[in-house]
Design a protein around this ligand. Structure first.
Ligand code: 6CS
Length: 316
């Protein structure tokens, strides 16, 4: 049999590394009886189209980014909000790997015919533009590209920006043609998509991590023979551990490449500067709760509690 796995990123990306690790494990444990075909971004359509292909079973496994998926599953919009995650690596890692978090989202995904298999952190979002973005005021009127879901725009609307929802594949040309002024993505993506070639400044504010969800078609997953489902679950758990380290390495090495290849300026915000963004970001939480409803409110509050509890444990 063949399992089809669709990515929202190109070859060499974090998602591609993840998919190749999964492929190796599945093909080896099944003695080659299962073949895992990986489709990098560009082969099957936009992120929103990949989600549709997963829902109708044309692809079995896929990545789905909250910033695109929130039009279908508003609850995942929580990952587009700023300053929700901790400044402590361990806290975020434990949160994203926890069954408690997966459980919170399993019903919303299942209602849309998807089985949520895991969350994959891919690194801090870094802002690029043709100027430094040190204060919320610097976003005033800025045409910042956001992922395509309505909710994804709200974090930037809170800073006074003029968000431009845009599919991933169109970002480079829109920057080049100056139809947009800036965008946000982890470092590895800024490098492999070439965004640094058409922007003057990278601003490091650590507002949010880029977090992707790994999903499968629900009926496909449920109909898998028991042994195959176990293989998949085991392989996913192992790859989840590997990818955490790999994404950190990739983000580091790609930053070196960017600075070697270009004269882009790197701006790192101070804690005081970050604090002003944090305050300005809070109104977007209200918008999220208003639009996404009670279940979303519970998700946000539970996440904030989990983070605070873990931070206290670490401090004490
Ligand atoms: O910005 C985006 O749309 C995309 N960014 C990354 C790093 N992965 C997939 C996502 O669709």
């Amino acid at each position: 049999v063949t399992w089809r796995f669709a990515l929202e990123e190109i070859e060499g990306s974090v998602q591609h590394v993840y998919a190749n690790e999964l492929k190796e494990r599945i093909e080896s444990i099944s003695d080659g009886n299962i073949e895992l075909d990986v489709f990098p971004y560009g082969s099957l359509g936009t992120s929103a189209q990949l989600t549709e292909l997963t829902q109708d079973g044309s692809v079995h496994l896929a990545f789905a980014s909250p910033g695109h998926l929130a039009d279908t599953i508003p609850e995942v919009g929580v990952f587009t909000l700023h300053f929700v995650l901790s400044d402590h690596k361990e806290v975020n890692r434990d949160l994203l790997a926890s069954d408690q978090l997966l459980d919170l989202f399993s019903a919303p995904y299942a209602e849309h015919n998807m089985k949520l298999l895991g969350f994959v952190p891919e690194g801090w979002m870094v802002w690029t533009a043709n100027k430094p973005l040190r204060r919320p005021e610097d976003f005033q009127g800025l045409k910042i590209r956001t992922m395509t879901a309505n909710l994804a725009a709200e974090a930037y609307r809170a800073y006074g920006a003029d968000p431009q929802p845009t599919p991933y594949s169109q970002v480079y040309s829109d920057l080049q043609l100056q139809r947009i002024d800036g965008q946000a993505n982890p470092v590895f993506a800024i490098e492999e998509m070439g965004f640094y070639e058409v922007q003057s400044t990278m601003t490091f504010a650590r507002p949010a991590q880029f977090i992707a969800s790994v999903v499968s078609n629900r009926e496909w997953y449920e109909a898998l023979p028991g042994e195959q489902q176990q293989w998949l679950d085991d392989a996913l758990a192992k790859v989840a551990q590997q990818i955490y380290r790999k994404q950190a390495e990739l983000n580091e090495s790609r930053l070196l490449k960017i600075t070697e290849d270009s004269n882009i300026s790197l701006v790192r915000l101070t804690e005081e500067e970050r604090e002003r963004f944090r305050e300005a970001s809070l109104s977007a939480r209200d918008t999220y709760v208003e639009r996404a409803g009670d279940r979303a409110e519970n998700i946000l509050n539970t996440m904030l509690d989990m983070i605070a509890t873990r931070e206290q444990e670490l401090a004490g």
